[in-house]
Design a protein around this ligand. Sequence first.
Ligand SMILES: C[S@@+](CC[C@H](N)C(=O)[O-])C[C@H]1O[C@@H](n2cnc3c(N)ncnc32)[C@H](O)[C@@H]1O
Length: 229
Amino acid sequence: MGTPPPHATDGFWESTGATKTFTHPLDAELLTEFVPRTARVLDYGCGYGRLTAELVGSGYRAVRGVDRSAALIARGRREHPGLALMRWAGFPLPFADRSFDAALLFAVLTCVPDDAGQRAIVGELGRLVRPGGVLYVSDVPLQDDAFHRGQYERFAARYGTYGVFETEDGGVFRHHPPEWLRGLLREAGFAVLRERRTVVPTLDGRTAERLQIMARREPAGAPAESGTG
Ligand SMILES: C[S@@+](CC[C@H](N)C(=O)[O-])C[C@H]1O[C@@H](n2cnc3c(N)ncnc32)[C@H](O)[C@@H]1O
């Protein structure tokens, strides 16, 4: 591969961010309803392989984790030596079209402040997940509390997007209107099958509401109608 251009946030994920304990929980009930144990699963933005390991531990036999942070993949190899973890920093990823039955995208879009970066990720997963396969996204919608509203307002002009904010340790994060997430999925050929909201711990020791979306890859050319059930 050629050397992909660095992202402004890469430094954080190669240093401070790579020492964090990630906290966004997998919803086993939602996963098993839509993803059989035999599925070929891609855990994109796998970090140190936390969920890759959880899937393998619960009987999934063909799971691969990919992350753009060399530090996080190195940590994942130390903590989970048996897992199929790979560092890959650009697109396309080194897999053929439609080579996965399912992909996980957990707490990754919240780390990507710009629209183009988010579109590139979901679009690539649209290439890799076969028609009829699923993308299981869990991310952070805009929060309706005074602290977060204050953060969004403070950084909106700097980043040009309401919902992007900086943390004191140098991270840049983004919370999304749910319709933005649904639109990203639609554009990449996914139709929403199910949504679920719960409250989860965050990296900065607070809690936040998270939104889980299970979406199905539609055949090329089919309209990706969104309906929630
Ligand atoms: C909060 S961690 C979540 C890791 C893992 N999905 C989990 O839930 O344990 C976010 C991950 O996104 C990756 N990441 C950060 N910026 C990214 C970007 N612009 N494109 C792709 N991945 C990115 C980081 O390297 C990190 O592994």
